[in-house]
Write a protein of this length. Structure first.
Length: 313
């Protein structure tokens, strides 16, 4: 069945029908740093094990709880531009890199013979800006505001940090290819959620180049990968800005970004699309009956006229 599901992801004819997948954060605080709180790794692995024992998904996207925080070594204040300017690449044996590889190996043991996609975050959105707030104490949008404050003060330093983090993410990707049996990467990014950055010029000059740098490296290592345009905590993205992104499967928040699965599939040149459910308490998964959920799935797939595969998650 693994090969049949991978055929779907390759946009090829398959007996797998419409594969399904759901995923979930298992740590109480997904921003917990594994270097400081190593028990979060056991929480991560045990959570995946229990979940996959209970839910029969067709493909698995694993969580990176424990490795959300990027290790800005030799500095203690990421708000300080003079310190940010001194950020240097991580060594190949840095625990932030080797720990992610080891986590993926253990996740593969749990997942077994199902397609497995491991999360890699955008350097700009989900590593740099996350260092700028106290999680669960301050709003996520405050991170976007502080990021753009830094950018306005010194674009060159901000670009330097983004390049360093991108290079380190590429190291992770190459090690995942070399040392694990995962099937691909789930690359998570989003637009900066600050009005000053909510324009195509900023996106094409800052967001897109660093995303493409990492995604091109991903495509060099893995044949099929998933682009996740993240709608976490109500984030809204301009989906049409992301059409140059080269990953093979496209996932976005259909309820937030204004495109149905069918509209998004056309927008992205008939690539495989993944999604369809709202994961908030407003969504049908939270409040709907079995019959209502089944009806919702049928309606979501009704637009599919030519048999091209669609994934619902």
């Amino acid at each position: 069945m693994r090969n049949e599901v991978l055929k779907v992801l390759h946009n090829e004819s398959s007996t797998a029908g419409v594969p399904i997948s759901f995923w979930h954060h298992f740590a109480d605080n997904e921003f917990t740093d594994a270097a400081k709180h190593p028990k979060v790794i056991a929480t991560n692995l045990n959570g995946h094990r229990d979940y996959l024992d209970a839910v029969n998904v067709d493909l698995v996207k694993t969580m990176l709880d424990g490795y959300f925080p990027y290790p800005f070594h030799n500095m203690n204040n990421p708000h300080d531009l003079s310190q940010l300017g001194q950020v240097k690449p991580l060594k190949a044996d840095d625990l932030w890199i080797t720990g992610q590889v080891d986590l993926a190996k253990h996740q593969r043991e749990i997942v077994g013979d199902k397609p497995l996609f491991v999360t890699v975050f955008s350097p700009l959105i989900l590593l740099f800006k996350w260092a700028l707030i106290k999680h669960y104490e301050e709003a996520l949008t405050l991170a976007d505001e502080r990021f753009f404050d830094l950018y306005e003060q010194n674009p060159a330093i901000v670009k330097h940090v983004l390049d360093v983090i991108a290079d380190d993410q590429i190291k992770v990707i190459k090690e995942l290819r070399a040392q694990t049996d995962i099937d691909g990467i789930y690359y998570s990014t989003q637009s900066i959620q600050d009005p000053r950055a909510d324009n195509h010029k900023f996106f094409t000059e800052i967001t897109e180049p660093v995303d493409l740098k990492v995604q091109n490296a991903i495509n060099q290592e893995f044949e099929v990968n998933i682009l996740h345009i993240c709608g976490f905590d109500g984030a809204v993205n301009h989906l049409e800005w992301f059409t140059n992104y080269p990953l093979q499967v496209i996932n976005w928040a259909t309820k937030a970004d204004g495109y149905t699965l069918g509209e998004g599939k056309k927008l992205f040149g008939d690539r495989v699309v993944l999604g369809g459910f709202d994961n908030s308490r407003k969504g049908i998964l939270y409040s709907g009956s079995k019959e209502e959920i089944q009806s919702y799935v049928r309606n979501s797939l009704f637009w599919q006229q030519r048999g091209n595969p669609v994934l619902c998650s």
